[in-house]
Design a protein around this ligand. Structure first.
Ligand SMILES: *Cc1c(COP(=O)(O)O)cnc(C)c1O
Length: 406
């Protein structure tokens, strides 16, 4: 069936693009070697640093997806045969391990139960025992998009500091930067990987990689030890310093990024994070009211950008996502890998508010019921509405008048 209504997108990326961002990209192509171009790119680089809360270092913009930024982070800081510490507890952390192995790193993997996250205590133990500092980098998937699990990046920094370990701290922030707090400076994160189509609310097409000064120094000292070309930092730096790129940049996306950063800063990053927490709490209230369980095992693992909902035994989660898609014009995330057929995902990151969360819960509720899940229509949407109205922080009558000048 065709419809004149735009399909409702509630997958955890690509996310909904705000109108202002989409309009900002509706431009003629431009000359990326013009003398005016750096006036646009140099401030963009500077502002990107604020999104990652960096204290030093720089941000690279590759015409790729987040996966390219993963590859760039590894190739520019590590050498073939280097030992690294990683953990695997979902499809994305699993793929990062796979990449590291394929690029020739010796990976010590902590395999964790899906629904849990980075094992900070285990990491602390391993790092404390690594007296010779054989481990060159420690990897953290800040938000495992497959299971809806958020991990404690600051905790891993503490573990590194406690062991006085010099390993680099590498973070996958693809589904968290711009939606969950990322404090690269404070947490001593050396490489933080992101992409354009999740928290940055843009089309797919930019691999965004923020790197610390320490990572840049290591890159210089290890120059040439892992082959790289397209993802080379050196080539980028040479041209980026002047506001240019070593190959054709995605100028349209840059203009969208300019506007999405403006929107994020205008709302205030901390307000953006609080909004994500609030919306996620509403979703979790609904899941609870339906009598269903999240894949995330405990509240400390709950992600504020995506909820992975387990369906009852005997129900196929793919039937639910299909019903939502065909009958209610709503895209939900599928269960991936180990939880395929057993779970569906509600993406709640980016340009969203209570109204939109109410909408997706409405569609999910019907799709669940249609597929034989024993729930009462209105139970989840009602619980979310209850939560949102009880915890409303905005004034019901408009902006509070400014305090009179003394
Ligand atoms: C989406 C995602 C990726 C992959 O990013 P692409 O842009 O699809 O290459 C990696 N890690 C996490 C946590 C993700 O959510």
């Amino acid at each position: 069936m065709t419809t004149t209504v735009t399909p409702h997108l509630f997958i955890p990326g690509p996310t909904n693009i705000p109108d202002a961002v989409r309009m900002a990209m509706n431009l003629p192509m431009e000359d990326m070697r013009s003398p005016e171009f750096p006036k646009f790119t140099l401030p963009l680089f500077e502002d990107l640093k604020k999104a990652f809360k960096m204290k030093d270092g720089r941000v690279f913009l590759f015409p790729s997806s987040g996966t390219g930024a993963w590859e760039s982070a590894i190739e520019n800081t590590l050498a073939t045969g280097d030992k690294v510490l990683m953990s695997r507890f979902g499809q994305f952390s699993l793929l990062w391990v796979d990449m590291a192995e394929r690029l020739g790193l010796k990976v010590e993997v902590c395999d964790e139960e899906w629904g849990t996250g980075v094992p900070v205590e285990k990491y602390a133990d391993i790092l404390a025992k690594d007296k010779n500092h054989e481990i060159k980098a420690v990897f953290v998937t800040q938000n495992e998009t497959a299971t809806g699990v958020a991990s404690d990046v600051a905790g891993v920094r503490k573990a590194l500091d406690a062991a006085k370990h010099p390993a680099l701290l590498m973070v996958d922030g693809v589904s968290s930067v711009g939606s969950l707090d990322m404090r690269m400076g404070e947490w001593g994160v050396d490489c933080c990987v992101s992409g354009s189509q999740k928290g940055f609310m843009l089309p797919t097409g930019l691999g965004i990689l923020a790197v610390s000064q320490k990572a840049l120094d290591i890159n210089k000292s290890k120059n040439g030890r892992m082959n790289r070309c397209f993802f080379s930092w050196e080539d980028m730096i040479k041209t980026n310093d002047l506001g240019y790129f070593p190959y054709t940049p995605a100028t349209q996306l840059f203009h969208g990024l300019r506007t999405s950063l403006d929107l994020l800063f205008a709302e205030g990053l901390d307000n953006v994070f609080a909004r994500h927490h609030r919306l996620a709490s509403g979703v979790r209230a609904a899941v609870d009211a339906w009598g269903l369980k999240l894949c995330a095992k405990e509240p400390k693992w709950y992600s504020d950008t995506v909820s992975t909902v387990m369906v009852p035994e005997g129900i196929d989660s793919n039937a639910i996502t299909k019903t939502a898609y065909y009958r209610y014009n709503t895209s939900l995330g599928l269960g991936l890998n180990k939880v395929a057929g057993k779970a569906f995902r509600i993406g709640h990151l980016g340009a969203l508010d209570e109204f939109m969360i109410g909408g997706v819960l409405f569609a999910v509720e019907m799709a669940l019921k249609d597929n034989g899940v024993n729930i009462k229509l209105g139970s989840g949407t009602g619980a979310a509405a209850e939560y949102f109205s009880k915890t409303a922080t905005k004034s019901a009558t408009g902006p509070t008048p400014k305090a009179k000048a003394a």
